[in-house]
Design a protein around this ligand. Structure first.
Ligand code: ADP
Length: 396
């Protein structure tokens, strides 16, 4: 069965059409700048890559563009939309309601809507994507939640030491994100360790533009660095990660900043972009500036790696030891120097990298020279969404 994977953001709609039995991608792409000027559709189909200007005033229009493109002789990968058996949606926030993927019904949509206040930037466009698909395709829709894998985190790890009513009434707690990726790479790591999940202690580092670290024990998430929102945890491309919670109060109080401006500073203007001064949140630009001898870029690189190293140590403590560290996503999969820097000095835990394997190898691999496995694993979030969708819809 062919499954269309849809990831609808506030101004973009990403899609991939995958054959579930063979795991092959038939077409993929993104419509960007939805509801803005100069919308653009970039993609890849049987005729190769393409990019063109389109008119996408809303998500319905963007999805119609995608549907037409899927059956286009060059841009697409199928001859008729009837070949699509189901649609799998990435939904960011499942709150405490969704512990696993579900077939979408009107009750499911109501619950996703009730979670808007927890994910105001993500769940509303996710739901728009779902409703656009319901209108256009007469097939089952499945929701796969970013938070679901973390539903096994125990209360002592998800509870913030705030007045308890904030949890009871307003659901303020750690949720965690990137769950689809952490689930995929931790399962793959268990496979590569060559034993079942029982007794395994794995730290998974998803390091892309967004970054989160997860402690996976016995195959289950037991703690993760992102929290109530994706802002908590380590330093990221444009997010600061964890800081003294009094700093936003200082910005709003002594500096007189409006809450929306504080939000923008911490989420969009901090991290690599804010600290390094290289004018970019892209890790490759940071490394280039480090190589050119830029001191602030060097400091940013060091802060970035140091904060991730701390989580490896913290989670080894949380799980009573560690059997594997996993690096995944854009930076985790590609930046050998980053991996060396994170693992440097962790030999006391048994984490030691083989430098030749780290910088030379390709594909999913173990780059360890010590007793703890260090895996580089390519994350495949779309493929997990296809698998979950096919399983729930009942076709392989
Ligand atoms: P997203 O979180 O948007 O899915 P990705 O997982 O694609 O992001 O990661 C994007 C990050 O990966 C960028 O900072 C980019 O610089 C970095 N990256 C991609 N390729 C490389 C590479 N070869 N070396 C170092 N960094 C890389």
């Amino acid at each position: 069965m062919k499954v269309l994977v849809v990831n609808a953001g506030s101004s973009s709609l990403k899609y991939t059409l995958i054959e579930s039995s063979s795991d092959e991608t038939a077409a993929s792409g993104i419509v960007e700048r939805i509801a803005l000027d100069a919308s653009v559709h970039k993609g890849e189909g049987r005729g190769g890559k393409f990019s063109k200007n389109v008119d996408a005033p809303d998500h319905n229009a963007a999805l119609k563009i995608v549907a037409d493109s899927l059956v286009h002789p060059d841009e697409g990968g199928i001859d008729s939309l009837d070949e699509i058996g189901a649609v799998g949606h990435r939904v960011v926030h499942g709150g405490e309601a969704f512990k696993e993927s579900v077939v979408i019904t009107s009750e499911v949509k109501d619950t996703i809507r009730s979670l808007f206040s927890l994910a105001p930037l993500h769940n509303p466009p996710n739901l728009m994507g779902i409703e656009a698909c319901e209108k256009l395709f007469n097939v089952p829709n499945v929701a796969v939640f970013d938070t679901a894998f973390h539903s096994t985190i125990p209360p002592h790890a998800f509870t913030y030491p705030l007045p308890y009513e904030l949890y009871e009434k307003d659901h303020v707690r750690r949720y965690g994100f990137h769950g689809t990726s952490h689930r995929y790479v931790s399962r793959k790591a268990v496979e590569m360790l060559g034993r079942g999940p029982a007794g395994t202690r794995i730290v998974t580092c998803h390091v892309g533009n967004g970054v989160s670290i997860t402690a996976v024990k016995d195959g289950l998430s037991v703690d993760t660095s992102m929290g109530f929102t994706p802002l908590e945890g380590v330093m990221m491309g444009t997010r600061c990660g964890s800081i003294d919670p009094a700093i936003p109060l200082f910005l709003a109080g002594s500096k007189g900043m409006a809450p929306a401006d504080v939000d923008k500073m911490l989420n969009k203007k901090s991290g690599i972009l804010g600290l390094s001064g290289v004018g970019s949140s892209d890790f490759r630009d940071l490394v280039q500036a480090v190589d050119a001898g830029d001191a602030r870029a060097r400091l940013s690189f060091d802060v970035y790696c140091y904060r991730i190293k701390l989580y490896v140590g913290m989670y080894a403590a949380a799980m009573g030891g560690i059997d594997a560290v996993v690096f995944t996503a854009g930076i985790g999969e590609n930046a050998a120097r980053f991996r060396s820097s994170v693992c440097d000095g962790l030999d006391f835990l048994g984490v030691v990298i083989d430098e030749a394997a780290n910088s030379g190898g390709k594909g999913d691999r173990n780059i360890a020279a010590g007793s703890v496995a260090v895996f580089v694993i390519a994350t495949r979030e779309d493929h997990v969404i296809v698998e979950e969708t096919a399983n729930l819809v009942g076709h392989a």
